[in-house]
Ligand binder design. Structure first.
Ligand code: AMP
Ligand code: ZN
Ligand code: ZN
Length: 342
């Protein structure tokens, strides 16, 4: 780990245009960074609606894998029983946000889709327990659902995310992830596109096609690399990036899904071993539904994994700058060198 004598460094992440303070004074040994508790939300298996046999306790199913309704399912994509946005509202009302003269803000009807992907029928199984082929099937379920959602003209962005563990925001312990289809492009996504454009205009290259520094590399598969980003916002944050320039996650084919499944599984196991099975989130950062030919050369999707080890506090909320106690090259070394005994 970084020596406490090492000077603090302020690094800028070109993709998110965010400054991060790497603070050796706050650097702790990896063991001190390990998650101390992993309280599991709603861990009562007998009352879990996501378990096989409890399908009737869930909101309606959208599809299952395999598709045959008489066979045992491996994955179910269902509607969220408590959706943040509603699919039954009139999407045309989302075309023009109405400015509110009193507040200066604007508002539109809360139309959108909020789905849940149940990754396994078996309660104690986590995503990282599945085989690369099975993780690949979960990724292909995301792809299939995204493609269905894209047929709706009003959908401008689809966010895939996973919360694992109560302090990562999960309310259900049964392994699952979620998709939200939005009638807007969220500001962080438009900003990311702008930042990637700026990098492309300056350097003539896509920011994620650049070869990462060797000491930031964790692993490689046939089609993907995993790194700790140069200006990681969070300690031990990881990015999995397609080696081939690709704008949208849903361009993933069957072979790449298995390859990505294997690398994602490996990263989750490494994180769990080195950091004591921490709560975590992962997010798929894809491009907006509509990408112009001019935007294509710099829009490149990636998957971000964030172990929940430190919370954002006053400084982060006030400034949008984060303090990360672990230098990315030290985090990458810890993750690269973990021994996985098969
Ligand atoms: P999380 O809170 O991240 O663990 O995600 C679990 C999601 O499942 C939440 O958004 C809940 O609204 C949703 N949910 C909980 N119970 C059900 C159910 N019986 N059917 C469908 N969705 C559910
Ligand atoms: Zn369950
Ligand atoms: Zn690229």
């Amino acid at each position: 780990m970084a020596s406490p004598d090492r000077n603090p460094e302020i690094r800028k992440d070109a993709v998110n245009n965010r400054w991060v303070i790497f603070s050796p004074a706050r650097a702790r040994r990896p063991s001190d960074c390990k998650s101390k508790s992993n309280p599991n939300p709603n861990n009562n298996q007998s009352e879990c609606p996501f378990c096989a046999g409890h399908e009737h306790e869930c909101a309606p199913e959208i599809f299952r894998v395999p598709p045959d309704s008489t066979s045992n399912w491996k994955i179910r994509v269902i509607q969220n029983l408590y959706p943040a946005l509603r699919r039954d509202l009139e999407p045309s009302l989302t075309q023009n946000p109405n400015p509110n003269p009193n507040t200066g803000g604007s508002a539109m009807i809360g139309f959108g889709y909020h789905d849940v992907v149940i990754e396994t029928p078996v309660h104690p199984i986590h995503l990282s327990d599945l085989s690369p082929v099975e993780v690949g099937e979960v990724l292909l379920a995301y792809k299939k659902r995204i493609e269905q959602l894209l047929s709706h003209d009003s959908i401008k962005y689809v966010q895939v995310f996973k919360n694992h563990g109560a302090s990562a925001g999960a309310s259900m312990s049964h392994s699952h992830s979620q998709l939200m289809a939005l009638p807007i492009v969220p500001p962080t996504v438009s900003a990311r596109m702008e930042n990637m454009k700026e990098y492309f205009d300056q350097k003539g290259k896509c920011s994620l096609c650049e070869n990462p520094l060797n000491d930031l590399l964790i692993d490689k598969s046939t089609h993907f690399i995993s790194i700790v980003p140069f200006a990681a916002t969070f300690p031990f944050e990881m990015w999995i990036i397609p080696q081939e320039h690709t704008s949208h996650f849903h361009e993933l084919d069957g072979e790449k899904a298995v390859d990505l499944g294997g690398l994602l599984k490996l990263m989750l196991i490494k994180m769990s071993l080195q950091l004591n099975d921490p709560p975590f989130n992962f997010m798929i950062h894809t491009s907006p539904v509509e990408v112009t030919p001019l935007q294509l050369p710099y829009s490149h999707w990636f998957l971000q994994i964030v172990p929940q080890l430190t919370g954002a506090a006053g400084f982060e909320m006030a400034t949008g700058c984060y303090i990360n106690p672990v230098f990315p090259e030290d985090a990458a070394k810890v993750l690269r060198e973990v021994n996985i005994i098969n």
